[in-house]
Design a protein around this ligand. Structure first.
Ligand SMILES: [Mn+2]
Length: 345
């Protein structure tokens, strides 16, 4: 068990107008954590509003608001926030690039990411586990706070999503907390979260990636030649990684000001995704992140076309400095059999 003392957080917030702020463009773990914390604080007499900056890009996140009846305010609508208001940041830390500095006072932080720029908080609970939702769940457990089936379902979904079903960064705490949640969660709602999660427009991104994929040994590259939300690029990167022969996926998409990257590594001991993108874009852009997932951006002019080979070379010179990888494999290079039934329009 933990040193965290959530009742100290309750004491700190009592009598103050309180906001729970997630990172910008919140993902399911951020929303689940904020919602779980709101439920926890409410039970102990503290009303808090959930807020975030940036739009909600992912279908799975959008859907959470509906399925779990979560209310959150876009930062643009927070005109009444003052510097006397208290903010608890969840799934993010002050000074992170993905957390807008709102006018209120960041008095508390609950997060599961590594700290890049340290910050003093009056209440701090930063532990490296698979999901921030696991930390919030533990607050209920150690204080014997009752949990309803809806909140349990939201937190369970957050843990499942952020740990990619317990294969990404999951710790014993994540498993124990999921076990606790599962017993009381509204399982119908969790199931509902897994249906109808794609929009028709998402298929364009999948189609572009499938069409453009090129594989060098275990490294898969794919490009999306139109503006596509960050969250979707990340989903495509996971999709490419799920291919049998690929252990590292690099997906990049066109933006009006440059190229956006998402990198995944299935072999974090051998290839650190964050280090890979940092080195690949050194001097020409910026990138970084975790060992298993990372992102980056390279500014370029929209007037100059970029050769895919140029992009591939940025990464391959690091992954394969001796240039041993054979010719790129593409789906076209597979021998498909065309002698069955013919489909016509
Ligand atoms: Mn998270």
């Amino acid at each position: 068990m933990t040193n965290a003392n959530p009742m100290m957080l309750v004491e700190l917030l009592k009598g103050h107008r309180t906001y729970i702020q997630t990172h910008n463009y919140p993902d399911p773990d951020a929303v689940a954590s904020a919602f779980g914390l709101q439920t926890f604080l409410r039970y102990h007499g503290v009303e808090a509003r959930i807020c975030y900056d940036g739009s909600v890009e992912r279908m799975s996140t959008k859907k959470m608001f509906k399925v779990f009846q979560i209310e959150a305010t876009d930062a643009d609508e927070l005109k009444d926030m003052t510097e006397d208001d208290y903010i608890v940041t969840v799934d993010s830390q002050k000074y992170n690039a993905n957390l807008t500095d709102l006018i209120g006072d960041e008095v508390a932080c609950i997060d599961h990411h590594p700290t890049y720029i340290p910050c003093e908080y009056r209440y701090k609970d930063i532990r490296t586990v698979g999901a921030c939702a696991s930390l919030i769940t533990e607050y209920f457990v150690i204080t014997d706070t009752p949990m309803d089936a809806n909140t349990a379902a939201a937190l369970a979904y957050g843990i499942k999503m952020d740990t990619n079903d317990f294969i990404r960064g999951a710790t014993e705490l994540d498993v124990d907390m999921f076990d606790y949640l599962f017993k009381q969660a509204d399982k119908e709602k969790i199931r509902e979260m897994y249906s109808n999660v794609m929009e028709l427009s998402d298929l364009n991104a999948y189609a572009a990636a499938i069409e453009s994929i090129r594989i060098f040994d275990e490294v898969g590259f794919a490009s999306i030649p139109f503006d596509c939300p960050d969250a979707m690029i990340a989903i495509i990167s996971d999709f490419i990684l799920s291919l049998e022969m690929i252990t590292i996926s690099i997906v990049y998409a066109s933006r009006s000001e440059g190229i956006k990257f998402s990198v995944r590594s299935e072999v974090p001991q051998k290839v650190d995704a964050g280090e890979l993108i940092r080195k690949a874009l050194e001097g020409i852009g910026s990138g970084g992140g975790h060992k298993q997932m990372a992102g980056g951006f390279m500014p370029t002019s929209a007037d100059t076309p970029v050769h895919r080979a140029q992009i591939e070379a940025l990464f391959l010179r690091i992954l394969d400095p001796e240039n041993k990888s054979k010719q790129a494999l593409t789906p076209d290079s597979l021998d498909l059999c065309y002698d069955g039934v013919q489909f016509v329009e």
